[in-house]
Design a binder for this molecule. Structure first.
Ligand SMILES: C[S@@+](CC[C@H](N)C(=O)[O-])C[C@H]1O[C@@H](n2cnc3c(N)ncnc32)[C@H](O)[C@@H]1O
Length: 303
């Protein structure tokens, strides 16, 4: 990406971000203009399947067999996105309740009936029956009943109405990097978890979207000063640009002890050394260990 292309991309991102400040335009994007495209719906499905696998891996890392541990648990997922597959899976395995909270109302309505029909068809029969108890499939709409509770348009930073000291597990997959205030996010998790409860998060700290594709540099988002990044991203839930050490510090600050911190996908030190001179001055201060991870697993426990 040459300087001209980069400037053009920055201008486009600022324009999109400005338009996204108007709530009606978000609604238009997902509802009136035909909801999600098939490609988006497909990638959301893959994201959901990956989220479930990563949850099981996380529980194993914390020393728990998922099928045993999930029985009778109260689970809160932050940012499920288009589908509540993870909720159906944990309920099918015996969880008592599944709550989901998302900053945007992004359930893919149009493709939902087909999605859930296929989801059910692929489930083992014993688990399918449990899913059918909570999933209501109409001709063109899907709803949930019983132990599934969905709170759209609610950022984790502002979830005061959710019960305190209640959840056994708070889980997120590719979400916390979008949380606009990590201090409030970890404070909320600490408030919502019961003592001994687990928080398992898969955090993607690489550059997202077009900027990553065009630059071929997963640290490209760290090139810009905060004010410019704010103009490009503030209304769209883009990455908050926090590095792993900042998540670890927030967990500690809010009384969550870190059981596991494990980078997943790590950049070469030589690559980091090559791109570091292009980073904004603030990010050049970070250690290589903080810049190298593309994503990481964080597992905490409320003491
Ligand atoms: C990249 S998607 C990930 C979706 C899904 N977890 C997956 O792995 O496919 C990020 C999701 O987090 C939600 N989100 C972003 N910021 C959030 C916040 N502060 N609180 C709650 N949800 C948030 C977005 O609306 C979106 O649904």
């Amino acid at each position: 990406m040459n300087s001209f292309e980069e400037l053009r991309l920055i201008a486009v991102e600022i324009a999109k971000n400005t338009l996204f400040a108007i709530p009606l335009l978000r609604v238009l994007r997902y509802r009136l203009l035909g909801s999600r495209s098939a490609t988006e719906a497909d990638s959301a499905s893959r994201g959901n399947a990956a989220a479930y696998v990563a949850l099981c891996e996380g529980l194993l890392m914390a020393g728990h067999e998922p099928r045993e541990w999930l029985v009778s648990r109260r689970v809160l997922e932050i940012g499920p996105g288009a589908w509540l597959d993870l909720g159906l899976r944990v309920l099918a395995l015996g969880a008592a309740e599944y709550w989901a909270i998302d900053r945007f109302a992004d359930l893919a309505k149009r493709a939902a009936v087909e999605h859930y029909q296929q989801f059910l068809a692929e489930m083992p029969i014993s688990q399918r029956e449990k899913c059918e108890e909570v999933l209501v499939l109409g001709d063109s709409s899907v709803s949930f009943r019983g132990p599934i509770r969905y709170w759209p348009n609610t950022p984790i930073e502002a979830c005061e109405s959710l019960p305190r000291d209640y959840f056994d597990l708070i889980y997120s997959h590719a979400v916390l990097e979008h949380a606009f205030n990590l201090d409030q996010t970890f404070a909320a998790m600490s408030r919502l978890l019961r003592v001994g409860g687990l928080a398992i998060h898969i955090v993607d700290v690489s550059t997202h979207g077009q900027l990553a594709q065009m630059s071929g540099d997963s640290l490209a988002m760290l090139r810009y000063p905060d004010w410019l990044w704010h103009l490009m991203s503030s209304n769209r839930g883009y990455p908050n640009r926090k590095r792993p050490s900042e998540y670890l510090a927030m967990a500690q600050k809010h009384g969550l002890s870190v059981l596991v911190y494990k980078p997943r996908g790590v950049l070469d030190k030589a690559f980091v050394a090559k791109v570091k001179p292009r980073l904004n001055e603030r990010f050049r201060q970070y250690s290589d260990e903080d810049l190298q991870p593309l994503s990481f697993v964080l597992i905490c426990q409320k003491g």
